[in-house]
Design a binder for this molecule. Sequence first.
Ligand SMILES: [Cu+2]
Length: 476
Amino acid sequence: MSINRRSFMAASGLALAGVSQVSGRAAFANVPEAPTQKSPLMQPPLKPTSGVDYNPVVTLNGWTLPWRMKDGWKEFHLVAEPVIREIAPGMKAHLWGYNGQSPGPTIEAVEGDKVRIFVSNRLPEHTTIHWHGQILPCGMDGVGGLTQPQIKPGKTMVYEFVLQKSGTFMYHPHADEMVQMAMGMMGFFVVHPKDPAFMRVDRDFVFLLNAFDIDAGSYVPKVNTMLEFNLWTWNSRAFPGIDHLVVAKDDRVRIRFGNLTMTNHPIHMHGYDFEVSCTDGGWTRPESRWPEVTVDCAVGQMRAFDFKATNPGDWAIHCHKSHHTMNAMGHDVKTYIGVDKTEVKQKIRKVVQGYMPMGSTGMAEMGEMEMPLPENTLPMMTGFGQFGPIEMGGMFSVVKVREGLARDDYKDPGWYTFPQGTVAFEYDGDKPAAPQPPAPAAPMHGGHKKSDVVPNPAVKPVTLRAVKPRGGHGHH
Ligand SMILES: [Cu+2]
């Protein structure tokens, strides 16, 4: 693990003053180290070495914050600070985050734990942290002005609470929220059950849905944007920069996410049906669950779904809003489908050298186009799979289910090897199994007009029956 340790005390002589102001406990010998993470790639899960056993989560393109035990308290140290985050290879953003990254590190603990979280502020303005979903004393809730004074630049404050229940939580500032969340300040917080067998899974992935508005060629998000974001990200990463979710066949798998953007995201996974097992309010009751293949996550919500990985393959997982699987530029491109742009093109070329009209037959051509982009800008549709361009961006990744992976093996296994004869194939006119186009003038009341139908031994005759609509709710 590439964690650089540093002593925050060495860097800030103000830390202890802040501590004693808030908690009244001047007796701390020191604050815990605040590890930082520079790599934007998934770090191995942090296994518990003492106390209750649990299966640690894996943070897509992220890491888990180490802690120390001190007199029965699990102590963590978050440092709010400016960070540089690679959104995907080829683009870096200047964000705010925690301990070197946006999002901040995942906090993991166990139901019943006493946690003490030091928060040091290295931002140019004050901040706080709200522990979204946690049941805690009001004064630990982190709402600046309402439940505590804000944490001034250079100061450290301490939050202490007992983890009342297990589940899926997150943390984020409750101070100058619009700016601080638009800049990427957030993190995941998982509390494992006291009973190691309860709701246990073999692989447990977590990520936060976030969004940025970064102009082509620039580095800093526009913080006043309300709706027109141009980068839709998971853990501040856009496809093809998002880690794949690597799973061994027959694993019990959980995928958890929380939404800190300004709009909802229907998260869709291919190849499986699944059930929502947990929200930020707690575990769902078994009798409340129903099968889904898409689960909507509204603003400020969290969802976790579970499935058994019985079906090997490379399965897409993505937001189902198609604008959210595009990178920047997507919304500025005009619709040209069906337009003959020859004349327009010549006129524009007189003004803009090398102008290339796009999309008169659709925009798929952009998936493989190599065109000059402004500095620090991701292509709108990108990424290559084993069959060609994937034509995606934004909130898209791949669940890779493979046979024979070792228990903690999260390495990218490469593209799926499809068993022979299981991939959609081109019709070449000689293969009898390919479907026939429907007969154009087939009567609607049973049977085919014999003269129109080409007999095909592989296709069973179909009887079409027109059903009269019944109005109202007469559908069954
Ligand atoms: Cu979305």
